[in-house]
Design a protein around this ligand. Structure first.
Ligand code: UD1
Length: 432
């Protein structure tokens, strides 16, 4: 397994181009299942999760063409998806096990074909993550759901029917899945208590470009008038706000200065406010966002993760690492997932001062220095937090299990090296 070697202490300076958003791209790919025409997605990030989703769609009968493209002068992928007729309506265990977002095929297949079999994802490193909210909503739309042998068997016996659904909890996945299910349903669907993450807005924009009738985009109430058929469309994926937030922390933690090209401040208001409150200079430029921490003395801040527009859980680990380099104590409260402090024991090995209370909160106290160590993480964002700690630690840090990072950070070492980091990938078979 590849590893990443970092020698800490460099002040990062320059520009980083922000790629297309993974969490937008994954449901967008699945939306292509709703039509027999071609859906083309541009500004697609080059990530292992995208490859995994493409392999799943191919096995459902989708024909995919891949093109090397440029977005604002930077290389990106364009993919065309055409599912003339699905050859399978089954998402098998081996796919769903590797990537939970495979569950996004459920809504579209049920909407277009009235049937789908999906392996139940089960828990993951950051929590139990059930699908009850998705399934209850689809039942309200007339689907019969049976769980047997670890699989969800969903059958609408024809078309799904519009319904008035009030989600019992705010879920990004359930909002996307049920939204995709509703666009071809009979009649009107009203979804209340929807998640409002920008990735959901991006999905709704593509669906409308395909002929869907969705109103209320960006709000917690979506109203969908079902249509007979959707057609092809071309859509540009929004920039990745979590990647942008992660590199914003890279600038802050090294007391450097990085312009995040293409980053959208409207999708990052809370995290940017936290940076400002800590003492970082944050400004909008005509190309993105400038994070300037040069010469800054940072003070700790409390953070609580919440659904959008609150502080994103996917930036919690990175900001926790940043607080280690700030003066005073910071309280980090995680309200979305029940097991999202897995990075803490690894950071402690690097000299951090963190006290975790139960599953939900951690007190982080600034330390004079961190020291490099071999570390490993159990999930994507926690792995990036360890990279961040490595960037300021004295000596050498080796981050193991790089496959987590490859799921969600395109060309991580290249991007960090370009702004001055001393970082390299050690290939599985390389001598150290
Ligand atoms: C998505 C993101 C993930 C992000 C999360 C929260 C993708 C591919 N993943 O995950 O990066 O961290 O949103 O912003 O976009 N829940 C239930 N029952 C359900 C569904 C969810 O109890 O049926 C719970 C979850 O366990 C969790 C909370 O609701 O505690 C929020 O989860 P949800 O918003 O659904 O997260 P995902 O869509 O899985």
């Amino acid at each position: 397994m590849d590893r990443i070697k970092i020698r800490g202490g460099k002040v990062l300076e320059g520009q980083i181009f922000i790629s297309g958003a993974k969490n937008a791209a994954l449901p967008l790919i699945c939306a292509s299942l709703l039509t027999d025409e071609t859906v083309t997605l541009t500004n697609m990030p080059m990530l292992s999760d995208i490859k995994a989703m493409n392999i799943l769609l191919e096995q459902l009968g989708t024909k995919i063409d891949e093109f090397n493209d440029f977005v604002d002068g930077h290389p990106a992928k364009t993919y065309s998806y055409r599912t003339k007729e699905a050859t399978s309506l089954v998402a098998p265990y081996d796919y769903v096990r590797k990537m939970r977002a495979s569950y996004y095929v459920l809504g579209p297949l049920l909407a277009r074909y009235g049937k789908c079999e999906l392996s139940l994802p089960g828990g993951c490193a950051i929590g139990a993550r059930p699908m009850d909210i998705h399934l209850a909503a689809l039942e309200q739309m007339g689907a019969q759901i049976e769980i047997k042998n670890g699989y969800i068997f969903a059958d609408a016996h024809g078309k799904l029917k519009g319904a008035h659904i009030i989600f019992p909890g705010v879920s990004v996945g359930a909002t996307c899945n049920v939204l995709m299910a509703s666009v071809l349903a009979e009649g009107r669907t009203v979804l209340e208590n929807c998640a409002k993450e920008p990735e959901i807005g991006d999905l709704a924009e593509l669906l409308n470009a395909m002929g869907a009738k969705i109103e209320g985009i960006g709000t917690s109430v979506l109203t969908i008038d079902g249509v007979e058929k959707l057609h092809g469309a071309t859509h540009k994926v929004i920039p990745d706000r979590i990647e942008a937030g992660s590199y914003a922390v890279a600038a802050a933690i090294t007391r450097g200065k990085i312009e995040l090209i293409n980053a959208q401040s409207a999708t990052l208001r809370r995290p940017l406010q936290v940076l400002k409150d800590m003492g970082v200079r944050v400004s909008e430029t005509d190309r993105g966002i400038l994070i300037d921490a040069k010469g800054c003395h940072l003070v700790g801040q409390d953070i609580m993760t919440e659904p959008f527009p609150g502080f994103p859980t996917d930036l919690q680990a990175q900001f926790l690492a940043l607080m280690l380099t700030a003066e005073g104590a910071s309280m980090i409260t995680e309200t979305i997932f029940e097991n999202r402090f897995m990075h803490v024991p690894e950071l402690l090995r690097m000299g951090a001062n963190i006290n975790v209370h139960g599953h939900a909160s951690a007190i982080v106290r600034g330390v004079k220095k961190l020291s490099g160590a071999p570390v490993m993480a159990t999930d994507l964002r926690a792995s990036f937090a360890l990279v961040l700690a490595g960037l300021v630690a004295e000596g050498e840090t080796i981050v193991n299990r790089v496959y987590h990072l490859d799921r969600g950070y395109e060309k991580l070492e290249e991007k960090l090296r370009a702004v001055g980091a001393d970082i390299e990938r050690i290939k599985d078979n390389d001598e150290e």
